[in-house]
Design a protein around this ligand. Structure first.
Ligand SMILES: Nc1ncnc2c1ncn2[C@@H]1O[C@H](COP(=O)(O)OP(=O)(O)OP(=O)(O)O)[C@@H](O)[C@H]1O
Length: 285
């Protein structure tokens, strides 16, 4: 157990129990510090999403956690064995302690209820007894944080653009101020400018609210910009885990070196776009 961690993954194995079993996550051990952004990189099929689903206990048969543990170290000092939680306890932990935004999450909003109702449902369930006026204020604040005009709270999802819906999902994930957020390609469906804007917001909010993030994307240059540390996965295993700077400038594993070479843009000047808000040209000049 690591006290300075908010999440510890210990020797995790996840297998798809299909006719020919697929050992998708192999002996993965990782820890996440409070407030840290940990990037997960690796080519398609290396097990990133399987790992993200296991952490959030969203994996379903044929996926099975064959061995290992995932422990959430709550700010209040208690340790929560995520894999051993009853469904009821899991519901209590999800969104309030640990939340997630997955690929295509903007389609996860309920199409027949307003944004207000969806945010309010989460507050009613997890903040029992909170007066309505306070719930409204928190929901509007959550939207404001991600750059959505709170006046849009009465809208139905179809009345918002894809980028706005995605922001609403991120607002939803942050609504209860969780200590950990798992984000798997949270902005992939959006155009690059909107992606960068949302990511800059996530980094800013992490600075403000102090949540930790496990961030998954195919976009390694982007990951290098926003992550504190990066874990490189290859065929289900974490082959290297280090600070973003060391992964970029002193990669140790041949696969990491190969992965970096597959992004020619990495040899150019970049890296401050998300953190500083400067454009590449400004950074380079
Ligand atoms: N439902 C399933 N049944 C059997 N095998 C599966 C299933 N889902 C995923 N896999 C296999 O598990 C391995 C890991 O897949 P996973 O989706 O976790 O990788 P990934 O790194 O997230 O890929 P991508 O970047 O394309 O999303 C792959 O070999 C994949 O084919």
């Amino acid at each position: 157990m690591t006290r300075d961690a908010v999440l510890t993954i210990d020797h995790l194995d996840v297998v798809y129990e299909t006719e020919r079993p697929v050992h998708a996550v192999k002996d993965v051990s990782l820890s996440l510090a409070p407030g840290e952004i940990l990037g997960l990189a690796g080519e398609s099929g290396c097990g990133k999403t399987t790992l993200a689903y296991a952490i959030t206990r969203l994996h379903k048969p044929p996926a099975k956690v064959a061995s290992g543990s995932i422990t959430f170290h709550d700010r209040d000092g208690s340790d929560v064995d995520l894999l051993g939680l009853s469904d009821e306890r899991l519901r209590a932990v999800r969104w309030s302690k640990l939340s997630m935004v997955f690929q295509g999450a903007m389609n996860a909003l309920n199409p027949v209820t307003t944004i207000r109702a969806q945010l309010d449902d989460a507050l009613v369930e997890h903040r029992k007894g909170m007066p309505k006026r306070e719930r409204r204020a928190i929901a509007e604040d959550a939207l404001r944080r991600v750059g959505v005009d709170p006046a849009r709270i009465t809208a139905y999802p179809h009345e918002l653009s894809g980028g706005m819906r995605q922001r609403v999902m991120i607002a939803m994930a942050m609504l209860l101020e969780p200590q950990v957020m798992i984000m798997d390609e949270p902005t992939t469906a959006l155009d690059v400018v909107v992606q960068r804007e949302i990511l800059r917001e996530i980094v800013r909010l992490r600075d403000e609210l102090g949540f930790a993030v496990v961030f998954i994307t195919h976009d390694l240059p982007l990951l290098l910009e926003i992550s504190d540390r990066i874990a490189i996965m290859l065929r289900g295993e974490v082959v290297e885990c280090d600070t973003a700077a060391r992964i970029q400038h002193e990669p140790q594993h041949p696969y990491t070196q190969r992965l970096l070479r597959s992004f020619p843009s990495l040899s150019g000047a970049r890296g401050d776009f998300i953190r500083t808000g400067l454009g590449f040209e400004e950074v380079a000049s």
